[in-house]
Design a protein around this ligand. Sequence first.
Ligand code: NAG
Ligand code: NAG
Ligand code: NAG
Ligand code: NAG
Ligand code: NAG
Ligand code: NAG
Ligand code: NAG
Ligand code: NAG
Ligand code: NAG
Length: 897
Amino acid sequence: MNLEKILVFSIFLFYVQAKKALKQSLGGSWTAVTETFYKYDLPASVPGGIYSDLMKQGIIDDIFSSYNDNDTKWVGASNWTYSYNFTVNPNFFNYEHVNLVFEGVDTVADVELNDIRIGTTRNMFKRYIFDIKKHLKADGNNTLRLYFANAPNEALNLNKEQNNHYRIPWECPPEQYHGICHINMLRKMQASFAWDWGPAFASLGIWKPVYLEAYDDALIRDLVVRVEKAADDENYLLLFDVYFANNSQGFLNGTIGAKLYMGFENIYKNFDVQEKVNERGEILKTVSLSVDIPLIRLWYPNGYGDQPLYKTVIYFNSHLDNAVTNKIRKIGFRFVELVQEPLEKGATFYVKVNDVPIFIKGSNEIPINILPEEGQNRRKTRTLLQNAKDVNMNMLRVWGGGVYESDYFYEVADELGIMIWQDFMFACSLYPANEAYLTSVEDEVDFNLKRIYSHPSIVIYAGNNENEGVLADNWYNTADNYTQYKKDYVALYIDTIKTQFDRISKGKGVFVSSSPTNGKLTESQGWVGDSPSNQFWGDVHYYNYILDPWNSNTYPIPRFCSEYGYQSIPFEDSWKTAMDVNFSVSDPLIKWRQHHPIGTSEMALLIAQNLKFPDAYSSNYSREFVYLSQVYAAQAIKIETEHYRRYRSYLTDDGRGYTMGALFWQLNDVWVAPTWSSIDYTGRWKMLHYFAKHFFHNIIITGHISITRELDVYVVNDQLSPVENVNVLFRVYRYDSIDFQPVYEDRLQANLTASASQLLRKVEIDNLFEELNCTLTSCFFYYVIQKNASLTDNVAISPENYIFPGKLKHSSLATTTVQIVMVTKLGPKSYQITVNIERIALFVWLDSHAIMGKFSENGYLQVQSNRTIYFDSCSDITADELKEALTVTHLKDPNWS
Ligand SMILES: *[C@@H]1O[C@H](CO)[C@@H](O)[C@H](O)[C@H]1NC(C)=O
Ligand SMILES: *[C@@H]1O[C@H](CO)[C@@H](O)[C@H](O)[C@H]1NC(C)=O
Ligand SMILES: *[C@@H]1O[C@H](CO)[C@@H](O)[C@H](O)[C@H]1NC(C)=O
Ligand SMILES: *[C@@H]1O[C@H](CO)[C@@H](O)[C@H](O)[C@H]1NC(C)=O
Ligand SMILES: *[C@@H]1O[C@H](CO)[C@@H](O)[C@H](O)[C@H]1NC(C)=O
Ligand SMILES: *[C@@H]1O[C@H](CO)[C@@H](O)[C@H](O)[C@H]1NC(C)=O
Ligand SMILES: *[C@@H]1O[C@H](CO)[C@@H](O)[C@H](O)[C@H]1NC(C)=O
Ligand SMILES: *[C@@H]1O[C@H](CO)[C@@H](O)[C@H](O)[C@H]1NC(C)=O
Ligand SMILES: *[C@@H]1O[C@H](CO)[C@@H](O)[C@H](O)[C@H]1NC(C)=O
């Protein structure tokens, strides 16, 4: 028996004999009561939330339907009492410490145990631990009560109090949000009082687990595992920061066993611990394992390699009471750097993982559900992340107006290689910086960072969403008191959040103070830059609803674009979950849910820039408008994203470029509404999400037309290896071609450089078109990259792509019929569809309506008479059933006006 085995064996023996720390869940069915208007007395799930319970009991209707957000405002505007009777495992009384632990309470509550006030909760992101030993009854029932004060009222009061000193905007959301005021006064999900894409639900409840814990000397409270390279360059170091709860000695004596599972050969080591409690009331011991570099496989983001995860365990054996405890973390070995190297103007801003510069491709995630308890749903969490991976994303930004996501969310991200940009939960506002507030935030950061920091997927943290811009660009008329607000800003994001971040990450984590920010420049300007959206520095957020969204000359050329987007309207089938009446885009419900002021007019104008606006008197007007809203938005975001990708290897004459990130706004939805999302609330992919699969593909071919009408065709290869001897197939088609034959075709041989964008071909459009008897509105360009699979076979290695040299609305594109001619079942839930056209068809859109599933591509351009599309269904149906359900439309559908 080797030493390691002896140690494990002896620990095992302790396990059998020792007095282990105890835990008793207090989750389950509680009782919730309100007497605000009527008396309601109902079973309440813990973990859970009051809106979910009221729906479950049939007391309120589905809050996502109709105007129920408005009709159920009383729920969040009422005070609720949650109570629970429990008996305690008698063993608890043999322990020195007995605590009541809440991992998350939403939000403002007084907590009583057996009629004795034991504490209050004021921050839904905080973990609350109350020492309750002396209040606990050994025999009979203990009664736990939480008196929840309604959040809107609490926010209002806090704001009144604040106004005695100075005001802290954002006071109230715009009228169109139908929202609630002063969310910034509360440490509560900032979007829960409404956003420009979401409803106001002042949620309330115990949204995360609650339990009793008992221990004598030793309890591992938190565990952070960090990965570093050893100085010798031959080993990786696994650093375990083991955070113990304090005990009555303020001292811990014992042995830590650290273990790394590697399949055959595990690594195990023991460490003596003699540690005193620190000034934060915790006992911290850091131990490390070192492992030979060749034994480890590195974790890579999606598209760059695998995501090997390793299980690690920390055991603790206390010499004081012989107790044994352990904690497990699944980790990945990966090394992250945010590179900000000086350029002639400004600096670069990109992420390197394992020394590989990564072009960031992805989107912004808003809360999985507007009810935080529902956001813990595992199936929804996995589906969302899988949908991101399915369209070649490698990053999601967890946006600062939502929540720190569940452990499961980050576990799945680790598994799928979806990197996470993690905002701290502050958005589009100014925030208080009084002592109580800062202390609360300090605890919030401490708890959440220790909880999530070990996940390899999280590569960058940001202090807030857009709050530097709020100040610098004077969003809320605060310029008069700039000095005060800047002082508060620094106190919150730098002196509090960054200080905690540096403490827990040991100064090794990647942190930016805001998004957008100018990175190093912001830092040198005392953390509030003059112009956070400066293209030469850091990241930018870019929105414009006036300029032509299909003209790439209109877009900025930043180092990194972490937000950009356009609104569109979900399809009718999704609206059916929210409205009973005949679908119409002018339905008051759609207006009610359009929170972005003048959003629908902007959409109409954006559509009309490139597409023929539908006839408002046509019977199909609403369907056409919805379809066009998705066409314009998908194509706009495609054009904008490809523009950022083209600039990965180029600088303009004035020094902009080397763009290394594109995160469009926004991935998901919290209700069926006109928003910027690529996946709607029902889980249906909008056209944008299908487009993302192509515009985020590892190899793309993409064109740009300059104002002098030169077409520049680029290839962008994000792969780490070059691709040699490819054929670039370049064609010109007439829109009204009757035989699908291009009027021009050539093939260019090329080698695609690794990790680069590369200009392949320049075309003077006027000259070529004169030769071809084309005009800007009679012909368009089409290209694809192929590789010889065999002597006779060329296979596409990039998505095919196209560019319209003139406005599509003036083009000679012909009306044609498009038909689904064949549906074949290939296997369980797997189908092949043949789409047949008479003439070239644009933005061909297949819809399976009530049958949920994913097409291999959708919204595509068809230049051949038959095209094969694959469909993965969520349910196993026959080919005929699918064929029956399927419909297809396109830009020149005879049914359109
Ligand atoms: C929203 O609720 C208020 C107050 O109950 C009511 O006056 C108003 O008509 C409602 N609005 C809609 C659109 O239902
Ligand atoms: C708890 O027990 C008391 C006394 O038996 C009872 O009056 C009360 O209804 C119980 N509460 C719950 C939530 O079960
Ligand atoms: C404890 O609570 C349960 C459930 O509320 C109740 O049925 C029981 O009578 C209570 N027991 C005592 C001793 O109060
Ligand atoms: C809710 O509780 C708060 C704090 O205890 C109180 O000020 C407020 O009046 C209560 N509101 C209602 C509607 O009962
Ligand atoms: C720690 O425990 C060991 C083993 O029981 C004991 O020998 C040692 O004296 C203790 N050290 C302290 C500082 O209590
Ligand atoms: C600036 O702060 C002072 C008090 O500190 C207050 O009287 C004044 O109204 C504030 N101005 C603005 C524009 O908020
Ligand atoms: C591509 O690379 C191969 C081998 O390095 C070389 O022979 C060929 O000429 C290159 N082709 C082009 C188009 O540059
Ligand atoms: C050029 O195109 C126009 C319009 O399509 C057509 O009328 C004309 O015959 C064409 N000329 C030639 C030389 O193909
Ligand atoms: C298109 O597909 C249909 C159905 O399979 C077939 O009958 C037809 O011949 C195909 N057309 C061409 C041009 O291949």
